[in-house]
Design a protein around this ligand. Structure first.
Ligand SMILES: [Fe+2]
Ligand SMILES: [Fe+2]
Length: 393
């Protein structure tokens, strides 16, 4: 395999073309659990090498899961029934958001993300000098990129919610799941409408996000779909929505995020409820280990690789290497806060469903993620409490 050193000595143009492939191979060979590698590798090839998410529409994926019927309609999960009731009461209409607010993504008075989100000084030390307007435009691009990934994640959540509604064995979970399908449909609606009518820009799906969605939509095991969508993607999204909610000075987006966050808090809560008992009672220790390793791989994928390469390709492809861009983004103050809050939300949920055993803890520790171990899990946090905490911070 090509080492970073060999890569560094290649002419810029060749290196630019090779780097994504080398990253893909590095990513897929770092997994130590053979079963995780087998289940993730095909998605890795489709997402990172073939870039299926960027090859035009439609992207089709086969799905093979067992649909679970129950003709006795039991009230089998009181906590899920309670979430179902709350979800019905808290439905809202995306049309009622304040769409008449005029949004200018480059307006320095009401920035979507703060000016200091990116470290422009670090760019200057690499010889890239942006004008004041270019800096505001770059920030607007990064904001559009993030919102576009939220939107693509919501499309994944819509279909995953539909799949798990079919597949779970809890009847109260199925009724609850029906409300989540509606919620996710509404999230697709409002994020798309915001991007289309306010930002005027939609980025393609990030390859790493595609890998995760592809892997969980095609996996036949309902609990892996659940783990991927309800815990990993939704858990991280909840942290990301919360961070943007706190940061943004754009009032329309703030209101939109406030409504979405309250829905997402229920979704992650449901994920924890459904998986906690299942992992503890139904899985062999080998199956549990595989879930643990799978979750850790996805966590790394999200932490290390969610680096807005699509913005890089648009702005800096001929000025920086991908590695330089990755370092720049990783070190930027805004993304650092995002990472911190995302994992603060995720790690306690992994603990709650039993996927942070003593065996895997050292891995999280090495990745700097154990500091979040003692935080509140989704079962301890309602949407209202989440918003109140965000407003108080
Ligand atoms: Fe959602
Ligand atoms: Fe959700």
């Amino acid at each position: 395999m090509l080492s970073d050193k060999v890569l560094d000595n290649l002419p810029h143009e060749i290196r630019r073309r090779l780097e994504p492939y080398v990253e893909a191979v590095q990513l897929m060979t770092q997994t130590s659990n053979a079963k995780v590698l087998r289940s993730m590798a095909p998605s890795g090839v489709r997402g990172l090498i073939l870039q299926r998410g960027k090859q035009g529409v439609p992207t089709t994926m086969p799905s093979h899961h067992r649909v679970y019927f129950d003709w006795t309609y039991p009230n089998d999960q009181p906590e899920m029934r309670e979430l179902y009731t709350r979800a019905k009461e808290q439905q809202w209409n995306g049309d009622d958001l304040p769409w008449d607010i005029d949004v200018d993504p480059e307006n320095p008075e009401k920035p979507i993300i703060p000016r200091q989100f990116m470290d422009f000084e670090a760019l200057r030390t690499r010889g890239i000098r942006l004008t004041d307007l270019e800096e505001r435009r770059l920030n607007a691009s990064v904001a559009s990129w993030m919102l576009s990934q939220f939107l693509h994640g919501e499309q994944g959540a819509l279909f995953a919610a539909a799949q798990v509604t079919e597949a779970v064995q809890f009847f109260d979970g199925k009724l609850y799941g029906a409300t989540q399908v509606v919620d996710e449909g509404r999230h697709v609606e409002v994020f798309h409408r915001y991007l289309d009518s306010k930002m005027n820009k939609l980025y393609q799906i990030n390859d790493n996000l595609f890998v995760i969605i592809d892997a969980l939509i095609q996996d036949s095991r309902w609990d892996v779909k659940f783990l991927g969508m309800q815990i990993m993607v939704e858990g991280l999204a909840l942290g990301a929505f919360g961070t943007l909610y706190q940061m943004t000075k754009e009032p329309m987006l703030k209101q939109l995020l406030k409504m979405v966050i309250q829905d997402e808090a229920r979704h992650v809560h449901y994920g924890v409820l459904a998986l906690r008992d299942h992992f503890r009672d139904e899985l062999s220790s080998g199956e549990q280990r595989e879930r643990e390793d799978w979750a850790f791989e996805v966590a790394l994928l999200m932490r290390n690789r969610f680096l807005s390469f699509e913005v890089y390709e648009e702005w800096f492809e001929h000025k920086l290497t991908r590695k330089e861009w990755a370092r720049f983004v990783t070190d930027s103050p805004g993304f650092a806060i995002f990472r911190q809050v995302m994992f603060k939300r995720l790690v306690p949920n992994l603990r709650e469903i039993g996927l942070l055993s003593d065996r895997i803890k050292p891995h999280y520790d090495r990745a700097g993620l154990m500091q979040y171990f003692d935080g509140e899990s989704a079962t301890q946090l309602s949407g209202d409490k989440l918003i109140a905490d965000l407003d108080a911070a």
